[in-house]
Design a protein around this ligand. Structure first.
Ligand SMILES: Nc1ncnc2c1ncn2[C@@H]1O[C@H](COP(=O)(O)OP(=O)(O)OP(=O)(O)O)[C@@H](O)[C@H]1O
Ligand SMILES: [Mg+2]
Length: 215
């Protein structure tokens, strides 16, 4: 469902990615590990179409993302790709329910409120629908971010250290959630993590070292 071929990327003089090849199947949970500065976030941003590779090809669900115009790419990203970051990036003036709906409003998907409600319930937030981010715990905020990433039924979700800001029990709960969502929706995840448990639990663990992927 995703294929990246010979991805190269430099940041200034620094050659961060030196020919990354990888394939990800539908319903897989793939973890990406590597030392700080190895290029994990750089790779995730390229796979998620938030950043462009200097060269190489990226195909997601038979669409050659590396060829799309900026406008087409923005719409493709909105419909096909979900993101969960270390810091939830929820909009502070909106409720949990509203935050989850935002990607659907942007994509002009009709009436996402029902699905948003369902997702938040599924993630154990039934009592928190109308709370604003500051009224939620860190674990709850991150689960709202996961619900938001799911609202448009994306082909793939990219998470960059999603539990990096959580204590170990909230982290564990979040990790379990990824596997439940995979079992229930056949949802594909690519997760950059420094958490050894999560990295090992994944179907496949990839390591980035010296600009290439070690399987
Ligand atoms: N926008 C940028 N401009 C210049 N250099 C950058 C930029 N983004 C990243 N880098 C450099 O590229 C290298 C890879 O960064 P990246 O953020 O991908 O690492 P990482 O593996 O995610 O590390 P961490 O585990 O600390 O998050 C680092 O040396 C970083 O300093
Ligand atoms: Mg990073």
């Amino acid at each position: 469902m995703l294929r990246a071929t010979n991805i190269h990327k430099r940041h200034g003089q620094l050659e961060v990615l030196k020919g990354i090849d990888l394939e990800i199947d539908k319903g897989e949970i793939v973890s990406i590990v590597g030392a700080s500065g190895a290029g994990k976030s750089t790779l995730l941003h390229i796979l998620g179409t938030l950043d462009k590779a200097d060269s190489g090809e990226l195909i997601i669900e038979s669409t050659k993302a590396s060829d799309l115009s900026p406008k087409k790419l923005a719409s493709f990203r909105n419909q096909k790709i979900g993101f969960v970051f270390q810091f939830h990036n929820l909009l502070p003036e909106f409720t949990a329910l509203e935050n989850v709906c935002i990607p659907a409003y942007i994509g002009s998907n009709n009436s996402p409120e029902y699905r948003a409600h369902e997702l938040l319930e599924l993630l154990g937030l039934r009592e928190r629908l109308h709370h604003k981010p500051t009224q939620l715990s860190g674990g709850e905020q991150q689960r709202v971010a996961v619900a938001r990433s799911l609202i448009n039924r994306p082909a793939i979700i990219f998470a960059d250290e999603p539990s990096g800001n959580l204590d170990s029990s909230n982290a564990e709960e979040l990790h379990q959630l990824f596997f439940e969502l995979r079992d229930q929706f056949d949802q594909t995840f690519v997760i950059v993590t420094h958490n050894e448990n999560l990295a090992e639990m994944a179907d496949r663990k990839l390591e980035i070292r010296d600009g290439v992927v070690l399987q």
